[in-house]
Write a protein that binds this ligand. Structure first.
Ligand SMILES: NC(=O)c1ccc[n+]([C@@H]2O[C@H](COP(=O)([O-])OP(=O)(O)OC[C@H]3O[C@@H](n4cnc5c(N)ncnc54)[C@H](OP(=O)(O)O)[C@@H]3O)[C@@H](O)[C@H]2O)c1
Length: 248
C-alpha cells in the first residue's frame, strides 16, 4: 500500500525534525509505504532509527554546516524525491511563550522564533532543493500554520509565531519560483497539519474540541495524502491537512 502514488517508485525521502510529534508519525507511515525505499530521519535530539528503511542523522537548524552535511549524506546514493520539514517552535520553558499582547514583545523571542520557524527551513531548502531528482514529481514541504495567514488573522496575539510562519510562507513562495525554473515537475509548499496533540500544542489545546484535535498519526496521514495530490501548478502555495488552499 502506498499513499505516494504520484511519486516515482523507490522514493528517497528526508524528514527534518524527525524527533517531533508529527515528524515521528510521518516516519512511521513512510516506513510502511511500499513506494518508499529509504528515509533519512534528521533531528537535533535523535530520531527513531529502529524502523525499517530509516537511517538517522543529526541536524540543528541554527547550524548551517549541519544542514549542508545532512543534505549531502541524504543524497549520497540517490537523488531525493521528498523533503519534509516538520521542525518548529511555539514555546520553550517558562520564558518563551506566545505573546498575548504587544507589551510582551521581546527581541530575543522574536529572533528565536524567526530563526527556527523561518530561517531554519530556508537554509534546509537552500541545501536540499538542488539535490531533488529531475524529470519526475518531487516535493519540498515545510510545516507552516494557519495562524501564519495574514488575511485569516482575526484574533491577534501570538506575534512572533504568526510572523515567523508568514515569513516562512513568503520564503517558500520565493523558493518555488526559482526552483521551478530548473525543476518544472517539482512542488514547494507550506502545509498546515491541523491542531495536533503534540508537545508544541499541548499547553494551548485545553479548549480545543476533542473531535478537532488530531493525533500525530492522523495528521501525518492527511498530510501525506495532500502531498500526493499537489501538482507543480500548486507550487508556492500553503495547504491545509484537507487539501484546501490557505490564503497568505
Ligand atoms: N501541533 C500543532 O497543533 C501544530 C499546528 C500548526 C502547525 N504546527 C507545526 O508543525 C510542526 C511540527 O510541530 P509538532 O507539533 O510536531 O511539534 P513538536 O512535537 O514540538 O516537534 C518539534 C520538532 O522541531 C524540532 N526543532 C525545534 N528546534 C529545532 C532546531 N533548532 N533544530 C532542529 N530541530 C528543531 C524539535 O527537535 P528536538 O526534539 O531536538 O527539540 C522537534 O523535532 C511545527 O512547524 C509547528 O509549527 C503544529
Amino acid at each position: 500500500m502506498s499513499l505516494l502514488t504520484s511519486f516515482s517508485a523507490d522514493c528517497n525521502v528526508a524528514v527534518i525534525g524527525a524527533s517531533g510529534g508529527i515528524g515521528e508519525a510521518m516516519l512511521r507511515l513512510l516506513s510502511d509505504d511500499s513506494r518508499v525505499a529509504s528515509i533519512h530521519a534528521l533531528a537535533r535530539s535523535g530520531a527513531d532509527g529502529s524502523l525499517p528503511k530509516v537511517s538517522t542523522g543529526s541536524i540543528d537548524l541554527s547550524d548551517e554546516g549541519s544542514i549542508a552535511t545532512a543534505a549531502q549524506l541524504a543524497a549520497k546514493n540517490d537523488a531525493l524525491d521528498l523533503v519534509i520539514v516538520t521542525s518548529g517552535i511555539l514555546w520553550e520553558g517558562e520564558d518563551l511563550r506566545p505573546e498575548k499582547s504587544m507589551r510582551e514583545l521581546d527581541l530575543q523571542r522574536l529572533m528565536q522564533l524567526f530563526a527556527v520557524n523561518a530561517a531554519g527551513p530556508a537554509l534546509v531548502a537552500k541545501h536540499f532543493l538542488p539535490l531533488l531528482r529531475k524529470n519526475s514529481k518531487t516535493l519540498f514541504a515545510s510545516l507552516s500554520a494557519r495562524v501564519g495567514s495574514i488575511s485569516d488573522n482575526r484574533l491577534g496575539g501570538w506575534y512572533s509565531y504568526r510572523a515567523s510562519k508568514a515569513a516562512l510562507n513568503m520564503l517558500l513562495k520565493t523558493f518555488a519560483i526559482e526552483h521551478g525554473r530548473q525543476w518544472p515537475d517539482s512542488v514547494v509548499a507550506g502545509l498546515h497539519p491541523g491542531t495536533v496533540d503534540t508537545a508544541l500544542s499541548q499547553p494551548y489545546t485545553s479548549r480545543t474540541p476533542k473531535e478537532t484535535l488530531f493525533s500525530p498519526a492522523t495528521s501525518a496521514r492527511h498530510l501525506l495524502k495532500v502531498m500526493n495530490q499537489l501538482s507543480p501548478e500548486d507550487s508556492g502555495g500553503v495547504f491545509a491537512w484537507d487539501g484546501s488552499r490557505i490564503q497568505y
